[in-house]
Design a protein around this ligand. Structure first.
Ligand SMILES: [Zn+2]
Length: 209
């Protein structure tokens, strides 16, 4: 593991409780850290966030997280991080809020993938405001706000479209986004997401329009 630059694990259940042992063998700073569908213990998260070799990450991908260690990890990588993937992380509005000061300083960030999380309009608005100075951002994927769904969880296309247009306008106030997309949860009938990219793209179900 002398010059390991990438650490990617997917669905490795046995990692829990053993991450410190793995990290201890790293001799060089990691560039990529991807831990997906691997449950970790609190102490694993703490080791991860304090490990000196995770301070120059350029790519970070997680599907689980622990709020405080993730905040520390982000704070220590603001100067190097180019892509952040927190898709389907089950992050809440208040947990997101805690990450925003660090996120707003990730000046090298090019790709931000944040869809699949259940976030309300006000928190999304706040998230976007914190991207004002991220001039390198070229691909941004956000969830459609929770207000886009009715009480039964069905996508309300008109409302979704209007809210995503509002969010897009917020971004356009301070920078010119390149790829800025809002994604809904998958349609229960066909599994496709509705995508908003300056207009709403529906799934192909006859009931969707
Ligand atoms: Zn559909």
């Amino acid at each position: 593991m002398d010059c390991l630059r990438k650490f990617c694990v997917d669905a490795v259940l046995l990692l829990k409780g053993h991450l410190e042992q793995v990290l201890r063998h790293l001799k060089t700073p990691l560039k990529t850290l991807s831990i997906t569908k691997c449950p970790l213990s609190d102490s694993d998260w703490n080791h991860l966030s304090r490990c000196p070799n995770t301070r120059q990450l350029t790519h970070l991908e997680l599907t689980d997280f622990s709020p405080e260690p993730l905040k520390i990890l982000l704070e220590s990588t603001v100067a190097s991080l180019k892509s952040l993937d927190l898709e389907d992380c089950r992050i809440t509005d208040s947990q997101l809020q805690a990450l925003l000061p660090a996120l707003s300083r990730c000046s090298q960030l090019r790709v931000l993938s944040f869809h699949g999380n259940r976030i309300f309009m006000s928190a999304l608005r706040d998230l976007l405001l914190h991207t004002a100075r991220l001039s390198q951002l070229s691909i941004e994927l956000y969830p459609a706000p929770l207000e886009s769904y009715d009480a039964q969880g069905a996508i309300h296309p008109g409302r979704c479209s209007q809210l995503c247009a509002e969010l897009t306008a917020i971004v356009r106030d301070f920078r010119q986004p390149k790829v800025l997309v809002f994604c809904t949860v998958p349609c229960p009938q066909c599994g496709s997401m509705f995508l908003y990219n300056q207009g709403l793209l529906h799934c192909s179900c006859p009931t969707a329009a």
